[in-house]
Design a protein around this ligand. Sequence first.
Ligand code: FES
Ligand code: FES
Length: 163
Amino acid sequence: MGQILTFKLNGADTEVLINGDETLLDVLRGRLSITSLKCGCNHGDCGACTIHLNGRAAKACTVLAATATGARVNTLESLFLGGDLHPLQKAFIDFNAPQCGYCTPGMLMAASAFLSSAENPSEPEIREALGGNLCRCTGYNQYIEAIMAVAEGNYGPLPKRGA
Ligand code: FES
Ligand code: FES
């Protein structure tokens, strides 16, 4: 039976009709047409569907949509509200991190959530934070190097958005 989910999506009050068995991935992609988050495994293993849920990285395929009532949900779109690319997006481009790009939105969401709460993270800490995000093209080093560059301040201060 359908129910109304009320939550904040990328800063905007949002209402959508959902079924009780739908995940946030189902709702964001299928009902709200936000296709930046990807469905890689649908089982919480790949990280392609990573979003921010109340400021923390979460895999949307593992979150029952009904439990997000009143939550703050941010997708990749929240990183460049206002037109400018997020420093992580600039670094990913500079380091040629994306290959096919399928994992990139999830990498950006996981990395931005991590950096918003980490002080001077080490490379092992970054690798651990990104451990739940798989890249089938196996370009992990470029992603890690790009995130390190952002963490070291080479791309300026991180904007207070998207987390
Ligand atoms: S699609 Fe959600 S973790 Fe793979
Ligand atoms: S760039 Fe292809 S899956 Fe990561």
